[in-house]
Every structure is written in C-alpha cells, then in structure tokens.
Write a protein that binds this ligand. Structure first.
Ligand code: 76R
Length: 243
C-alpha cells in the first residue's frame, strides 16, 4: 500500500482577510465613497453570478475583533483564476482602504480514508461546493505533528484510517448544525490544511473544536494556526460597515 493517502482536489481557494482603513475612508467625500461602494458591490455581484452558475463560489464575512474587518473566501477552478480575483479586488477603488492582514492559499481536498467514490454527487458537491449563506464562519489553518513520539507521517496507514474514522464520527454529530470544508495546503501555504466551518450558531464552533481536541487525531497530532471568526456580510450589513 502507498503510504500517502490518495486525495482528490477540487477548486482552488484563497481565504483573504483585510482591515478597513477607516481613517482614510472617512476622509473621502461622499461621492467618492458612493462610487467605490457601488463598484465593490458590482464586484460581489459578479462573484455571486459565478456562485449561482455553480462555476465558482465565494463567501463574504465581517471579521470579529482585531484580526481584520472583511474576510473573503474565493473559490475558483484554477490557481490563476483565484489569484486574479483577489488582485481584482485590490485594484478596485475600495482597494485603497483595504489592508491585507492574512491570506491562505489552498485547494479543496477530499481524502480517500473512507474509500471515497469520486463520482458520488456528495463527493462532487464537496470538491466544487456551493458555499451556504450561514450566519457565521470560522476559519483556521492546521497541520499534523511530526516528531519522534507522535509523527502523523510515520504512522501506519491502517492506524491513521482508524483515527480518521473516529474523527469523522465526531464530525457527523454536527451534521445538522455545522457545514465543514477541508482545503489542502501542502506545498501551497504555511500550514497543511485550512478548516472552514459555517453555522447559524457561533457557539457550535467552540463545541466542535473543543470536542475534537479530546479525540485522538486532534489531541495527539493537531497543530493549529490563528482562528478567524465572522458574521455574514449581506448587502445591508455591508452598507452599515461602511456607513
Ligand atoms: O465521512 C467522510 O467522508 C469524511 C470523513 C472525514 C475526513 C477524511 C472528515 C469528517 N474529516 C476528514 C478529514 Mn474533518 N475536520 C477537521 C477539523 O479542530 C480540529 O481538531 C480539526 C479541524 C474539523 C473541525 C473537522 C470537521 N478533517 C480531515 C482532515 C484531513 C486529514 C488527513 O488527510 O490527514 C483534516 C485536517 C480535518 C480536520 N470533519 C469531518 C469535520 C466534520 C464536521 C466532519 C463530518 C463531515 C461529514 O460527515 O459531512
């Protein structure tokens, strides 16, 4: 048996976080603000058109706390397209007040631990997701430990399979409350995976992350980067954010 687990890749992904420079924004005259906001909304409408056509997807959230103000999750078929979308945003008039605070480049990943049927509609929906418009989003990068005692990459495949099964069983308990997306970032960014969670109840993020910390694979091997959490930015909230 191959040691590395087979993975299937879907759309390319960038999680991009920006702080709004409100000092700059508030110094703009009303006309300039209105034009910039309208252009930004047109950009979002274009992302929305791709999302509706199911040829790409995206999500737009208002970040809680000091890590940023806006988080845009771009999903596009190729690395060049996802790169171009992010640059297009920064070239807009509104880009002059958006200060990038974090970004994470990855690709949607479905692994074969559970003997995935690549043609199953559910697997296709994971690879090319139609991101739901749930009220809250939580994003964090993670890796798996590599040291002499606990090294995920030197652990038997069967052993890894056993741990992933247990992991999946915990995940299943949250089926009704949380939508989870795994993106792989080996060779693409500074962590091995990105975890994106969405829910209408932000407390569920705390519940699932806490419960998984007690499960063997996260307890022994999980290494976690910074967490970003936010609220869905619909048109009304977007207007209020820049008011
Ligand atoms: O059942 C299946 O088909 C999928 C089983 C499954 C896999 C293979 C699964 C289910 N995950 C898998 C892989 Mn997951 N997941 C995380 C985190 O905070 C933490 O402790 C970990 C972050 C969460 C919250 C989460 C949620 N998962 C992975 C991998 C790749 C592992 C590898 O290849 O080595 C990572 C890094 C990872 C991390 N996972 C689920 C969930 C949830 C909610 C489920 C159930 C989803 C469902 O069945 O629909």
């Amino acid at each position: 048996d191959e040691k590395a687990i087979l993975t299937y890749e879907g759309w390319f992904s960038i999680h991009a976080t920006y702080k709004i420079n409100f000092e700059k924004w508030q110094a703009w005259d009303t006309e300039r603000q209105i034009k910039a906001l309208a252009e930004f909304k047109a950009f979002i409408a274009k992302l929305e058109a791709g999302h509706q056509a199911e040829t790409s997807s995206y999500a737009l959230y208002n970040v809680a706390g000091g890590k940023g103000d806006i988080l845009i999750w771009f999903l596009q078929p190729t690395l060049e397209e996802v790169t171009a979308k992010e640059i297009e945003l920064r070239k807009l008039a509104i880009g002059a007040v958006l200060e990038p605070t974090a970004s994470f480049v990855s690709v949607i990943e479905v692994s074969n631990y559970m003997k995935t049927d690549i043609n199953h509609p559910k697997v296709q929906a994971r690879l090319y997701p139609h991101i739901p418009r749930l009220k809250y989003m939580c994003f964090y990068p993670m890796s798996k430990r590599r040291n002499l005692e606990d090294n995920w990459y030197m652990t038997d495949r069967a052993e890894r399979g056993r741990m992933m099964r247990s992991h999946g069983q915990i995940g299943k308990k949250y089926e009704e409350t949380i939508k989870e997306f795994t993106t792989g970032a080996c060779g693409l960014d500074d962590w091995e995976w990105g975890i994106t969670l969405m829910s209408d109840d932000a407390v569920q993020f705390k519940k699932i992350v806490n419960e998984m910390r007690f499960d063997e694979v996260s307890a022994r091997f999980g290494l976690f980067g910074p967490f970003t959490v936010g609220t869905l930015l619909d048109e009304e909230r977007l207007q209020a954010l820049f008011a």
